[in-house]
Design a protein around this ligand. Structure first.
Ligand code: T3D
Length: 254
């Protein structure tokens, strides 16, 4: 259900249930969690790229997974939450290539990307409220941070279907490209990141997430601690040396 392909330092993950618009099942969540955990621990993986097979990125929870029965939502969400924690805590950059519709938890997955590209024909819809559910998979946390509280209220209560360009105007997407160039552009970006100072990316991601809940004084203290850590990396040394020698740096990710 999750295809994996390695291209140099980039791990490409493709949600692969195209006949179901890559809708999420418990089994898919467990597989995704496993793959993310392995990627986190593998020093050879220095950037990830997530996309969907077929015409959709991901239609969110598979609404037919539980047949006529109702799932125990609280228990089911624990399977979601560990994936979201793995994405949020991923110490490597994640590029997301939204190739088609991203709905519900599928939209959340897309938003957890550090850099988000969308095909011109992609679309985004929170979807939760349309089936009487509250936002989950981190959507209530991330959306107001990305678009502001007022816009998040509107998106979550009305659940419109946004075009890729509308999503870009709101800051949900960084770049919109023609569908036929999406993977090529996303891969070029992931490759660029895979050559970068991986540890520094991890620390930068951590700062961006953490400082939201901190006071200025606490945020400055955390910056100092993490700068201390970044300053001890080989990549920092190399960056400064390369600057002095007027040449591009050769980062090793440590
Ligand atoms: O534990 C829990 O369950 C709680 C967790 C919740 C997390 C969530 O993600 S809640 C939100 C769940 N997702 C949705 O509500 C989205 C439902 N789907 C749609 O609104 C639309 O299908 C789309 C906007 C995604 C795409 O629309 P469109 O017009 O491009 O395609 P379509 O014709 O509606 O769908 C094509 C097929 O995919 C269709 O099947 P069929 O008729 O060809 O056999 C449709 O039923 C199927 N499909 C689409 N979304 C889902 C799905 N099948 C199962 N689950 C889906 N989410």
């Amino acid at each position: 259900m999750v295809l994996k392909e390695r291209q140099e330092g980039v791990l490409i993950l493709t949600l692969n249930r195209p006949e179901k618009l890559n809708a999420i099942t418990g089994a898919l969540l467990d597989e995704l969690y496993q793959v993310l955990k392995e990627a986190q621990e593998d020093p050879g993986v220095r950037a990830l790229l997530l996309t969907g097979a077929g015409r959709a990125f991901c239609a969110g929870q598979d609404l037919l997974e539980f047949g006529e029965g109702k799932p125990d939502y609280e228990a089911h969400l624990r399977r979601y939450n560990r994936v979201v924690e793995a994405l949020a805590g991923l110490e490597k950059p994640l590029v997301v290539a939204v190739n088609g519709v991203a709905a519900g938890a599928g939209m959340s997955l897309a938003l957890w990307g550090d850099l988000r590209l969308a095909a011109l024909e992609a679309s985004f819809t929170p979807a939760f409220v349309r089936i009487g559910l509250v936002p989950d998979s981190g959507m209530s946390f991330l959306l107001p941070r990305l678009v502001g509280f007022a816009k998040a209220q509107e998106l979550l209560l009305l659940s419109p279907r946004l075009s890729a360009e509308e999503a870009q105007a709101l800051g949900l997407v960084h770049r919109v490209v023609p569908g036929e160039r999406l993977l090529e552009e996303a891969l070029a970006l992931a490759r660029e990141l895979a050559q970068g100072p991986t540890r520094t990316y991890a620390l930068t991601k951590k700062l961006l997430l953490e400082t939201y809940r901190l006071s200025l004084t606490e945020a400055l203290a955390l910056e100092a601690i993490l700068q201390g850590e970044a300053g001890r990396t080989q990549d920092h040394e190399e960056g400064v040396r390369a600057f002095r020698e007027k040449r591009p740096p050769r980062f090793v990710g440590r």
